[in-house]
Design a protein around this ligand. Structure first.
Ligand code: MG
Length: 388
C-alpha cells in the first residue's frame, strides 16, 4: 500500500486523537497532511509538531496568532477559519479526509472534501442526519466513497462485504443503552449532567455522550444507516446490548445473521477506514470469550428514551425534519451541559421544533442551512423560557 495522506477535521476531539494514535502505530503507512481544531490550540500545536503536519487550521480567529507564533520555527503552515479547513481538505495532497468535527459544523468541510472526490472516513454522523440525501447524492456523483467510522456502521459495512450482492433484509443496530439503561423514568428525570456524562463502555466527547444518554445518538445512527446502506427505517432494528461487544449485525432473507465483534475501541473502525481494504495490526485489547461468559440483549424502551422514537419519526416524515431534529438537539445539549435545562427537556423541545419549523420535502443545501438556523432559533427561544 502506498502511503496515504490524511486530513483530520477535528483533530483535537476524541476521534481525532484516536486517529492520530492509529497513525502513530503505522508511520510508514500514513502521513498527516492537515489537522484542524476549533479552539484547542495547545493540543493542536503539539499535534502539528509531533506529526510534522503540513497544514494546520485553527477555526477560532482569537487563537490564530498563538498557533502561528508557536509553529513559526516549523514547516507547518498555519491558517485560520472554517473556509481554510474546507479548501485545504479539498486540496491535491490529501487522499483521505477524516470527518470528525462535532455536529452540524462538519457538514460544509465534509461536502467540500466530497466535491473534491476524496475518500471520506465519516465520524460526523450529523452530516448525514442533516443532509443525508444531498450528501449521498454528491458522494456518488463526485466518486467520493464514504467509509463509516461510527463503530456500528463500520460493523454493518464489514458484514455487508460478505453479502455478495444478496439483498439485505434487516439491520440490527446495537446500542449500549448508555448510563441510564437501568434507571427508572423518575430517576432519569432528575439526573445530573455528571450522571449523564458517565458512559459505561465508550469514552467520547461531551456532546455524543449526552446523545448516548438520551439515546438520540442511536436515533441519529438509524438515520445514518438509512443513508449509508439505503435501508428503509422499517428494516432497521435497534437492540440494546449492554456489553457493546457486538458492534452491529445484518440479517439476510434466509434468516442468517452476520455480526461483527470486538472490544469497544474506536481505533479499530478508524484504522479500517484509513487502511481499507487492508487490515493492519493494532495494539488494542482482544476479545476473550470465556472471560466474557455471556452477551445479553433487550428491546429499547421508547418511554424512557423518547429521543429514539423522535429520530424514527423524523426519518418517516423525511425532508428537512431530521435536520430540524438535529439542530434542536444541538441547542438543547449545549443548554443541558450548562445546567440550564433538564434531561427530558431535550426531547420535548426537539418534538416541538419538529412540529413547528416549516416542512420542506426536498430541501436544497441552502434550505438545509436555513432549516438548521430556524430550528436553532426556535429551540433557543424555548430554552430561554424554561432555563434556570
Ligand atoms: Mg456509534
Amino acid at each position: 500500500m502506498r502511503k496515504r495522506h490524511i486530513a483530520i477535521l477535528g483533530s483535537t476531539g476524541s476521534i481525532g486523537r484516536q486517529t492520530l494514535d492509529v497513525v502513530r502505530q503505522h508511520p510508514d503507512r500514513f502521513d498527516v497532511e492537515l489537522i484542524t481544531a476549533n479552539n484547542s490550540s495547545d493540543l493542536l500545536i503539539q499535534q502539528a509538531r509531533e506529526f510534522d503536519v503540513n497544514n494546520v487550521v485553527i477555526c477560532n480567529p482569537d487563537k490564530y496568532a498563538q498557533v502561528r507564533d508557536a509553529l513559526a520555527d516549523t514547516d507547518s503552515k498555519v491558517f485560520c477559519g472554517i473556509d481554510s479547513a474546507c479548501s485545504l481538505a479539498a486540496a491535491d495532497g490529501v487522499d483521505i479526509v477524516v470527518a470528525a468535527m462535532v455536529g452540524f459544523s462538519g457538514l460544509r468541510p465534509t461536502l467540500a472534501a466530497i466535491e473534491a472526490g476524496k475518500i471520506i472516513a465519516l465520524a460526523n454522523k450529523e452530516t448525514l442526519v442533516a443532509a443525508g440525501s444531498l450528501v449521498m447524492e454528491r458522494s456518488r456523483s463526485c466518486n467520493a466513497p464514504i467509509l463509516p467510522v461510527d463503530s456500528e456502521h463500520s460493523a454493518i459495512f464489514q458484514c455487508l462485504l460478505a453479502a455478495q450482492g444478496n439483498k439485505l433484509e434487516k439491520i440490527h443496530l446495537t446500542a449500549s443503552g448508555g448510563p441510564f439503561r437501568n434507571w427508572t423514568k423518575a430517576q432519569i428525570e432528575t439526573a445530573t449532567k455528571a450522571d449523564a456524562l458517565k458512559h459505561p463502555n465508550w469514552s467520547m466527547g461531551a456532546k455524543i455522550t449526552i446523545d448516548s444518554a438520551t439515546m438520540m445518538n442511536k436515533g441519529f445512527e438509524v438515520i445514518e444507516a438509512r443513508w449509508l446502506f439505503g435501508t428503509g427505517a422499517d428494516r432497521i432494528h435497534v437492540v440494546v446490548h449492554p456489553e457493546s461487544v457486538i458492534h452491529s449485525m445484518v440479517e439476510f432473507e434466509d434468516g442468517a445473521v452476520l455480526a461483527q465483534l470486538g472490544c469497544p475501541d474506536m481505533r479499530e473502525p478508524i484504522q479500517l477506514a484509513l487502511s481499507f481494504p487492508e487490515r493492519l495490526p493494532l495494539n488494542n485489547r482482544k476479545l476473550d470469550f470465556a472471560a466474557l461468559g455471556s452477551l445479553t440483549f433487550q428491546e429499547p424502551d421508547l418511554e424512557r428514551f423518547p429521543a429514539l422514537g423522535l429520530a424514527f419519526e423524523s426519518l418517516k416524515k423525511g425532508g428537512n425534519v431530521p435536520c430540524i431534529l438535529n439542530a434542536a438537539n444541538e441547542a438543547c445539549v449545549a443548554a443541558y451541559l450548562q445546567d440550564r435545562i433538564g434531561f427530558y427537556d431535550i426531547p420535548a423541545i426537539a418534538r416541538d421544533c419538529m412540529a413547528t419549523v416549516p416542512f420542506i420535502a426536498q430541501p436544497t443545501l441552502e434550505e438545509v442551512f436555513s432549516s438548521h438556523e430556524e430550528a436553532l432559533a426556535r429551540a433557543n427561544g424555548l430554552i430561554e423560557k424554561i432555563a434556570r
